[in-house]
Design a protein around this ligand. Structure first.
Ligand SMILES: *[C@@H]1O[C@H](CO)[C@@H](O)[C@H](O)[C@H]1NC(C)=O
Ligand SMILES: *[C@@H]1O[C@H](CO)[C@@H](O)[C@H](O)[C@H]1NC(C)=O
Ligand SMILES: *[C@@H]1O[C@H](CO)[C@@H](O)[C@H](O)[C@H]1NC(C)=O
Ligand SMILES: *[C@@H]1O[C@H](CO)[C@@H](O)[C@H](O)[C@H]1NC(C)=O
Ligand SMILES: *[C@@H]1O[C@H](CO)[C@@H](O)[C@H](O)[C@H]1NC(C)=O
Ligand SMILES: *[C@@H]1O[C@H](CO)[C@@H](O)[C@H](O)[C@H]1NC(C)=O
Ligand SMILES: *[C@@H]1O[C@H](CO)[C@@H](O)[C@H](O)[C@H]1NC(C)=O
Ligand SMILES: CC(=O)N[C@H]1CO[C@H](CO)[C@@H](O)[C@@H]1O
Length: 681
């Protein structure tokens, strides 16, 4: 009986024509497809049925393949069948506008792609496999980072890849409207995008069409004459691969349909699952209207309160304020000093507030007055108890805090005036004066000793939290002085990692910070490393305008270092006039401080010793990023990881996680312990 059944079954399978096997499917969300879709690496099916191929972690890859292989040919030398597929995806980049690699529809001879690499390899191949005809790989990539070989194509493109990631054809992402006008489409907009891929076997054509809605335009955006017969084997796996680079995005798949030898069933945006946090249009509108009327009402009330307050315009000084250490200035005095906070007295606008130049009447000295708005009295009070300690910080490489003032929700901090402004202006702007190497080296040494003081020499450990070129100020003799210490704390909640918002500046943020949420002396060292490289190279840690191999300073420096061409990175503005030994030492130190592993970074004390030439920098240098992760040739193994949440926003010069203003209330209730007790280390 059993034998008979087996006989019957094998007969049935043998005689089944290839095209009638399971070769068509449609998934609106993947909840019921858990057994038919194989996920590997970072990919997972979320509760609502969406496949998340990668989250916003650096250098991840994720794969989702239809579990069983599909038959694409009748015999090994036959011609490949026609097929068509339609899918919907969403890319949510960690930083708005800066995408981190991409997603590819893939036909592969294997669904085990463990040895592939992330970043620009898209999780499809590794560096030694690229271009090998025995890969049998066909992919349509939706890439959010500029390709090496298509410099003219922007960072938002669709491309066809065969056995390689050097694309056969690449076009900027766009679609045709009903009247056949070409319309650009941002792949990393965070909104669903529909993709259709059709292969016509008889005509040997691959067509790719994308659209922000369910309606497919008549013209494909990419159409390539291509015979897939030599590329595809008889049995192939179909699915998706996505990867992240230094900059990361979440890559989501909402739905997918596929059909061999025919038109795949169409998907409808309406029946696809939604990403958490997005709302269908109409409810969005209603919510929008009610929110805006609510906001309107609130603003009327606020205006009324403001007017009432204005009438009672006077300064309220509370008892506790009298206990705060350094000098308390009266608001009237600071107002007068800055000519009423006039725009003409504005020295700069930083991440934390506006800085004005002021002439203090009493002492007849110039000062810089930083005005920070903060609407929580509790937070301010705790912060000010720390200001008291900061007033005791005294070091020639720190900008001295002279005093403070609270006026309503505003905190005013009064600092020594630094006539030569901030270092970033000299490094990056077209200024007349170019800092010589001697001047740069002096500044570096000064800042190192200032940081050492904060970390180890003051009575308590003070973590700066925002070391960067724009926080390095230059006094009249061009000594480097660190400013703004501890201010980042004002925007950071307590140590609860689940609510952690990381404050800092992209390119200076240590990779462990988003994960642990805890700033440490080692995260300051990381930022100092970025500063060292910046000073030598005369460019920012992340330069979106540079080519992909130069985008991230650390990686670029490391590549050059490895190849023995370290001096190539030195700021061309120095015109070759520098001390090679010192430059090499600073570059080396910069790479050491930029190590992904906190423990591998030197302490500030060691840094100071190296810079002073007391100790020789170790001969062999560790790779600044963890080894084995995307370490392929030419891989952009970006040195850092930037956190986990999608709500980074680009400020004028700093990236603050989340909306600072909107989050004040929640931040301000948390403790502000800027200063760690030394014995609690
Ligand atoms: C999963 O695949 C099997 C055949 O391999 C098929 O019978 C079944 O209908 C599929 N399920 C879904 C939800 O596609
Ligand atoms: C992102 O995915 C990786 C790999 O699956 C995982 O280790 C990491 O914890 C995830 N991070 C977050 C924030 O979900
Ligand atoms: C295909 O290959 C088989 C042997 O593998 C051969 O017998 C057959 O003639 C070939 N067909 C064509 C069309 O080349
Ligand atoms: C690349 O992948 C292949 C298998 O696909 C593997 O044999 C090879 O070792 C990998 N090469 C590297 C450099 O990882
Ligand atoms: C291509 O890959 C095959 C199998 O992995 C290998 O045997 C062959 O040496 C590779 N060819 C090249 C040029 O790397
Ligand atoms: C394009 O496709 C063919 C296979 O049809 C391949 O041999 C060729 O190397 C591909 N690459 C480029 C850059 O044209
Ligand atoms: C592909 O697009 C071309 C126009 O570029 C069209 O002529 C052809 O019919 C399309 N093929 C398929 C299978 O849609
Ligand atoms: C390079 C530069 O701008 N140096 C100036 C720094 O500040 C002193 C004092 O104001 C000036 O004399 C320098 O010219």
């Amino acid at each position: 009986m059993v034998n008979l059944l087996i006989l019957f079954c094998s007969f049935f399978f043998l005689s089944t024509p290839a095209s009638s096997q399971q070769d068509e499917f449609i998934y609106n969300g993947f909840n019921e497809a858990r057994t038919n879709i194989s996920l590997t690496e970072a990919a997972e099916i979320e509760k609502n049925g969406i496949i998340r191929l990668t989250n916003e972690t650096s250098r991840l890859m994720g794969h989702a393949f239809y579990t069983s292989p599909l038959r694409f040919k009748t015999s090994s030398n036959g011609s490949a069948f026609s097929f068509s597929t339609c899918f919907a995806f969403v890319i949510v980049p960690e930083y708005q506008k800066l995408g981190g690699h991409g997603l590819a529809f893939t036909i592969s001879s294997s669904r085990d792609l463990k040895s592939a690499l992330p970043s620009q390899y898209l999780g499809l191949l590794n560096s030694s496999e690229v271009g090998n005809f025995s890969n049998h790989l066909f992919a349509v990539e939706l890439d959010t980072v500029q390709d090496f070989e298509f410099k003219d194509i922007n960072d938002n493109h669709i491309a066809i890849d065969i056995n390689s990631l050097v694309s056969n054809m690449s076009v900027a992402a766009a679609y045709f409207t009903d009247d056949l006008k070409k319309q650009d489409l941002n792949l990393k907009s965070g909104k669903p995008i529909m993709v259709w891929i059709e292969y016509d076997s008889a005509a040997s054509f691959v067509n790719v069409t994308i659209s922000p809605s369910s309606s497919k335009s008549k013209l494909p955006i990419l159409s390539l004459h291509l015979d897939l017969s030599p590329v595809l084997r008889e049995k192939m796996y179909v699915g998706f691969s996505a990867s992240t680079g230094l900059l990361a995005s979440s890559h989501y798949l909402l739905g997918w349909s596929f059909k061999m030898n025919g038109a795949s069933k169409s998907l409808s945006m309406k029946s696809l699952p939604l990403l958490p946090g997005t709302k269908k249009r109409r409810t969005g509108l209603i919510v929008g209207i009610s929110v805006s009327s609510f906001v309107f009402l609130i603003s009327i009330i606020l205006v009324a309160i403001y007017l009432i307050r204005k009438i009672k315009n006077r300064e309220v000084i509370e008892d506790w304020e009298l206990d705060v250490g350094p000098q308390r200035y009266s608001y009237q005095e600071l107002k007068k000093a800055t000519k009423g906070f006039k725009d003409s007295e504005l020295l700069g606008v930083g991440g934390f507030g506006r800085v004005y130049k002021g002439m203090l009447q009493k002492s007849k000295t110039q000062a810089a007055v930083k005005r920070i708005s903060h609407d929580s009295k509790q937070g301010l009070r705790e912060f000010l108890s720390e200001v008291a300690s900061m007033g005791r910080l005294r070091h020639r490489n720190l900008v001295q805090l002279l005093g403070w003032c609270r006026f309503r929700g505003d905190l005013l901090l009064v600092y020594d005036f630094m006539p030569n402004g901030s270092l970033d202006r000299f490094l990056f702007d077209e200024t007349e004066t170019i800092l010589s190497w001697e001047e740069r080296f002096k500044i570096i040494k000064g800042i190192a000793s200032g940081l050492l003081y904060l970390h180890e020499e003051f009575e308590q450990i003070v973590i700066h939290r925002d070391v960067k070129a724009s926080n390095v100020l230059l006094d009249g003799e061009l000594n480097g002085r660190l400013g703004d210490f501890g201010l980042a704390r004002l925007y950071e909640p307590g140590a609860n990692p689940s609510t952690t918002r990381v404050v800092g500046t992209l390119g200076y943020l240590a990779p462990e910070l988003p994960r642990t949420g805890k700033a440490s002396t080692k995260s300051d060292v990381f930022a100092f490393g970025a500063l060292l490289l910046e000073v030598v190279c005369g460019r920012r840690p992340i330069e979106p305008k540079a080519g992909p191999e130069e985008l991230v300073l650390v990686d670029w420096v490391w590549d050059k270092w490895k190849d023995g061409n370290a001096l190539d990175v030195v700021d061309p503005k120095l015109r070759g006039d520098f001390n090679e030994i010192e430059v090499i030492m600073v570059l080396k130190l910069g790479l050491m401080c930029s190590n992904n592993v906190p423990l591998a970074r030197p302490s500030m004390r060691q840094v100071v010793r190296y810079l002073a030439g007391e100790v020789v920098v170790p001969e062999d240098l560790k790779v600044p990023y963890e080894e084995g992760e995307g370490a392929g040739e030419g891989g952009n193994r970006y040195g850092n990881s930037y956190g986990t949440s999608s709500s980074f926003e680009r400020g004028s010069d700093s990236f603050t996680r989340g909306d600072v203003d909107a989050n004040f209330a929640s931040i301000s209730t948390s403790p502000f312990s800027l200063l760690y007790r030394r014995d609690a280390r």
